[in-house]
Design a binder for this molecule. Structure first.
Ligand SMILES: [Zn+2]
Ligand SMILES: [Zn+2]
Length: 262
């Protein structure tokens, strides 16, 4: 079945431009150098031919991203991990959760991350809080592949610094957003991909993120038809970096849309 991946955000945790920075990329007029925090949305039609939209992560820029992409419906959210740049937009799910049917909008995360989200956002998840206007969401622990409305999202473990976190494979696409290392057991699940998203923060090494060089090695190892780098900081000007990459490898940018089979 045909699906579309929309890049909601392609930037690193601080976003580009970065507050207080006047470097060439932060001051660039190229819209592709304007990077909100990292997230993608996967859209497809379920077996009853209804449109479905699954979000990966709710960044602090989710409101801006949803308005830009004119999102009017969301069916579920999958979380990769609970760093601030991946979760802080949770409250802006509100208007979309009010239309969600049936019941509350499901949020999927590892059991440990469910616990973290429950304590970080107690006002949302603890029934003793009776504030008005809460997001109508409920947590579901990821304990294997998540079957969602006719599509299958397989969790893949990657190492982010010292922490194992999740990426996801769905059909012929995979999205790995924050990793300093991709373990062999995950590399084995990345074959025969049309689209592979990888973390490529910058050229200089970083303790918790991949670099352009390291991610190019992953591309060489698993040979997707097309690879896209994301979670990009202000060290990489879009046009010049793109021109330096091999064919089939490109920097992602906010608003990019890709077709694939799910
Ligand atoms: Zn991140
Ligand atoms: Zn800058």
């Amino acid at each position: 079945m045909q699906a579309t991946l929309t890049v909601l955000g392609s930037g690193t945790s601080m976003g580009v431009p970065t507050i207080g920075c006047d470097c060439a990329v932060c001051c660039s007029l190229d819209p592709r150098d304007r990077r909100t925090r990292p997230s993608v949305m996967i859209s497809y039609r379920d077996p009853h031919d209804n449109a479905r939209h699954v979000l990966i992560d709710t960044t602090p820029d989710f409101r801006e991203q949803a308005l830009r992409e004119k999102i009017i419906q969301l069916d579920a959210v999958l979380y990769t991990h609970t760093h601030a740049d991946h979760i802080l937009g949770i409250d802006d799910l509100r208007p979309l959760t009010y239309h969600h049917k049936p019941g509350k909008m499901p949020l999927y995360a590892t059991p440990r991350n469910c616990e973290f989200l429950r304590s970080m956002f107690r006002y949302i998840f603890e029934p003793t809080y009776k504030f008005g206007g809460l997001p109508q969401v409920e947590l579901h622990p990821i304990e294997g592949a998540v079957e969602l409305l006719g599509a299958r999202f397989e969790p893949l473990t990657v190492i982010h610094g010292e922490t194992p976190i999740l990426g996801f494979r769905f059909g012929s696409a995979a999205y790995l957003t924050d990793h300093s290392e991709v373990p062999n057991e995950t590399l084995e699940k990345l074959h025969n991909l049309d689209i592979l998203f990888l973390d490529a923060l910058r050229y200089k090494p970083h303790p918790t993120h991949s670099t352009v060089e390291r991610s190019l090695k992953i591309v060489e190892a698993v040979k997707p038809k097309r690879a896209f780098f994301t979670h990009i900081c202000h060290d990489l000007p879009h046009e010049a970096t793109d021109a330096s990459l091999p064919p089939g490898v490109r920097l992602a940018f906010d608003g990019m849309k890709l077709e694939f089979e799910i």
